[in-house]
Design a protein around this ligand. Structure first.
Ligand SMILES: *Cc1c(COP(=O)(O)O)cnc(C)c1O
Length: 384
């Protein structure tokens, strides 16, 4: 594969655009359209109107009194689980489908792990009347059956990626391969990963989370939170929850999918165990085997089960602005049950990693903290 390194799209040394030349042309055209439209009044009005009337934003910031009592800190939950389709993924899917529409796209493709991005994309494509193909790993399609059925109901085609471990990495590989062969398709990427300009586009459309948190916590507490906690797969809900606070005096913590144990093959702890390499179109950290190839990841949470990480997070780690912690499957399952029993909220198993981290970090600290509850847990009930 020939690579093209674009000068823009870097976060420190991380990021860039390592793709074949004909794709680089497409991606640069996408960046041009995005850069113009994000300043465009009519575009923003349409985006904001859909977020309000279709997605149901602003999502509530809920003071979780029972959890606060148990932990010994004041905890607010940012309820992305209450969005239409059940997670934060829809914020980005709506934004990108509007870009696709303006670019005259006739076909949308996307990858999915937990199925949430597949559902969000199939939903957005259905709304706009554009044909849609969703790539999902074979193993993921089995552990997230309900979402596969939802995607089909929404009128999209499901393409099983049987290669590798049959998880998110393989779905991205197959979607990228399809994109290389069909550059006229619009690739609606679901996380803050991949070649430039995706990390920047996804952050832009997810930053609505932190804009709302800032307003809502001021209204409720007349001050900023001391800490914000999010789970992290590719990094989109975390960067969305953090972006407005990067220059504020707020501690930012993330929970990676620790899996079964802290070893290659048993974990998805990319920021703690990964090495620098070019992976799926960008230079960032990635889990590696002894030969220096991307290694298979493992986490109970399909949305966190990914060996790569968005370049902005690799950068934020290198400058120590954001802390990256490891939460095991067991800790996440405990937190999943705890939130259901004590607050009447069944979280996505991904989001349960953030709850578990809050339990660890905030015990009797008497802090004011916000946890980004990235999604709801219906999809996980059968397996838990
Ligand atoms: C996809 C997903 C994640 C992980 O992806 P990020 O890009 O890191 O946010 C986390 N939680 C839920 C509910 C998801 O669907």
């Amino acid at each position: 594969m020939t690579t093209n390194k674009n000068e823009s799209g870097y976060f420190g040394p991380y990021g860039g655009q390592f793709v074949p030349e004909h794709l680089a042309k497409k991606l640069n055209q996408l960046y041009k359209v995005f850069s113009e439209l994000k300043q465009d009044k009519a575009f923003n009005l349409e985006y904001i109107s859909l977020l309000k009337n279709y997605v149901g934003r602003p999502s509530p910031l809920f003071k979780a009194e029972n959890l606060s009592e148990i932990i010994g800190s004041t905890i607010y939950l940012k309820r992305e689980d209450l969005n239409h389709t059940g997670s934060h993924k829809i914020n980005n899917a709506i934004g990108q489908i509007l870009l696709a529409k303006r670019m005259g796209a006739r076909e949308i493709i996307a990858e999915t792990g937990a199925g949430q991005h597949g559902v969000a994309t199939a939903t957005a494509a259905s709304l706009m009347g554009i044909k849609c193909k969703i790539f999902i790993g074979k193993v993921d399609s089995e552990r997230q059956k309900m979402n596969v059925e939802r995607i089909k109901l929404l009128g999209a085609e499901v393409v099983l990626a049987a290669s590798g471990t049959g998880t998110l990495k393989d779905a991205v590989d197959e979607a990228l391969n399809y994109y290389v062969e069909n550059p006229n398709a619009f690739y609606l990427l679901g996380s803050a990963v991949g070649p430039h300009p995706y990390p920047e586009i996804v952050r832009h459309f997810q930053s609505v989370i932190s804009k709302e948190i800032k307003q809502q916590i001021f209204d409720a507490e007349q001050r900023l939170p001391q800490r914000i906690i999010a789970c992290i797969g590719g990094g989109s809900n975390a960067i969305g929850a953090f972006s407005e606070f990067l220059n504020e005096d707020v501690i930012l913590d993330t929970a990676e999918g620790g899996g079964r144990s802290f070893e290659i093959g048993h974990t998805a702890a990319t920021l703690n165990l990964g090495k620098e390499m070019i992976f799926q179109g960008s230079f960032s950290l990635c889990l590696q085997d002894e030969k220096g190839n991307a290694a298979p990841s493992y986490s109970i949470a399909a949305g966190l089960d990914y060996p790569g990480i968005g370049p902005e997070h690799a950068y934020l780690k290198s400058v120590n602005r954001v802390n990256y912690h490891v939460i095991s499957d067991q800790e996440a399952i405990y937190a999943y049950r705890l939130l259901a029993e004590k607050e009447g909220i069944i979280p996505a198993i991904e989001s349960a990693h953030a709850i578990a981290l809050a339990i660890k970090l905030l015990k009797n600290k008497n802090e004011l903290a916000v946890i980004n509850l990235s999604g709801r847990g219906d999809k996980d009930v059968a397996r838990i």
